[in-house]
Design a protein. Sequence first.
Length: 85
Amino acid sequence: MQITLHQFETIDGLMSKALAFPAFEQLTLTTCREYIRNENHLFDECVAATSYEFANGFASVTECAAHIVACGLLGTIAVVDAEAV
């Protein structure tokens, strides 16, 4: 499996943003909407980079993103420059 560098960086950034939110119980209405929007965008990016079946196989979208980022860093998922493809 391979993903582009842009997809990798987008997933990593959205995952970092998701992890920076406070606990779900502490979210206000405004931050809750932002949290859900970020999670949805993160899931969309995970699906675009891999597949729906792959991304949907995890308990949470953050877990999926963490797996993609870790595999990208370890080299089990090839991260390629889009211009080189």
